[in-house]
Design a protein around this ligand. Structure first.
Ligand SMILES: [Mg+2]
Length: 341
């Protein structure tokens, strides 16, 4: 992964608004571009031409979408981050929505007594968050700090001894919200038989409890790779399973034996849609075998951090700016799953 500080100092020209997709591809006159444009339905093109959808290389993005439409549902695998990707970054009223760790940080708001857990986690956040976004450090320099942050956070949660039943109440009263249209997207992928990898550096138990509460059940097509708690005989948390997953190791390095078996089953699925909201989400597809960069359509949600746009445009095929819905992804996935061979 390119460290932030090697990114260009000048602002990347932002192409891809209204007519530029068609102009750039048609005027580009390459046979591939014209063919790709012909394969992509009008409603998908219209969705991509919205002002807040940024694409550095429309020809490449459209070619990937056209290839995926040709492959259909049977060749598709979706890999998504959870916090502020599947879930909203901002609520309707404009306040920040919580990530999964927020359930513990704000436990006292839900009336649950977990000692000083909230204060401990907020102190860790204040120290380590500036490191995560430090433009003068490379990813490699940041990793030891991230490992320490996550390890100390997990230790604090374990020390609190929170019980599963209490955790369920905390999640129920949390400020975590699904993006608009996310529930219907998840239901659609499940009914279309498209596997979904939910790959999260948050707390996996919070994700599965949240989805079960909001959707009635965890989607049967979902494979969760995250930090999972272990419980004692009183159903209180007593540890976290290995490996520890933090912002910058969301890739093949944390894919355990169990995951290898899963990815082996995914071998025939050549087309991957990856969705994330962080530069750390860019390589979540690395565990997929025989897979090249050209096989993954990378969609980013950029939430109120406009200064990061040039980096996102370099890494992601499509950047969705300040949009708390799944509408664009849904349009693309609908076009792909409409094809059944
Ligand atoms: Mg995220």
């Amino acid at each position: 992964m390119a460290p932030y500080r090697t990114a260009p100092a000048t602002q990347v020209a932002i192409p891809s608004t209204s007519k530029s997709i068609e102009e750039q591809t048609r005027n580009g006159t390459t046979a591939t571009a014209a063919a790709a444009l012909a394969e992509v339905p009008e409603d998908v093109l219209a969705a991509l031409q919205q002002e807040h959808i940024k694409i550095k290389n429309p020809e490449r993005a459209l070619s990937k979408i056209a290839k995926m439409i040709a492959g259909g549902a049977d060749e598709l695998l979706v890999i998504s981050d959870f916090d502020h990707t599947m879930s909203r970054a901002y609520c309707e009223a404009g306040e920040r929505c919580w990530a999964t760790f927020g359930v513990f940080e704000h436990a006292e708001r839900s009336g649950c007594k977990l000692g000083d857990l909230g204060a401990k986690l907020k102190k860790l956040l204040a120290h380590y968050l500036p490191i995560e976004f430090d433009g003068n450090m490379t990813i490699e320099e940041k990793i030891p700090h991230m490992e320490e942050w996550w390890r100390l956070s997990h230790e604090a949660i374990v020390e609190s001894g929170v019980e599963r039943a209490v955790l369920e109440q905390l999640v129920l009263h949390s400020n975590i919200r699904l993006r608009d249209n996310a529930a219907s997207l998840l239901a659609h992928l499940e009914s279309a038989g498209v596997p979904l990898v939910m790959f999260s550096a948050g707390v996996g138990d919070v994700i599965s409890i949240f989805l079960a509460q909001r959707l009635g059940a965890v989607p049967s097509n979902m494979h969760l790779i995250s930090n999972m708690m272990t419980y004692d005989d009183k159903n209180a948390v007593c540890g976290f399973r290995d490996p520890l997953i933090h912002t910058f190791n969301k890739n093949g390095t944390v894919i355990s034996k169990a995951e290898e078996h899963f990815y082996e089953q995914m071998r025939a699925r050549d087309n991957v849609i990856l969705m994330g909201d962080s530069m750390g989400d860019l390589h979540m597809d690395v565990g997929v075998e025989n897979h090249s960069e050209a096989d993954t359509l990378k969609i980013a949600f950029l939430n109120k951090k406009d200064h990061l746009l040039p980096y996102y445009l370099d890494g992601y095929d499509i950047v969705i700016v300040d949009d708390q819905s799944m509408d664009v992804s849904r349009k693309i996935m609908d076009a792909i799953t409409a094809v059944r061979k």
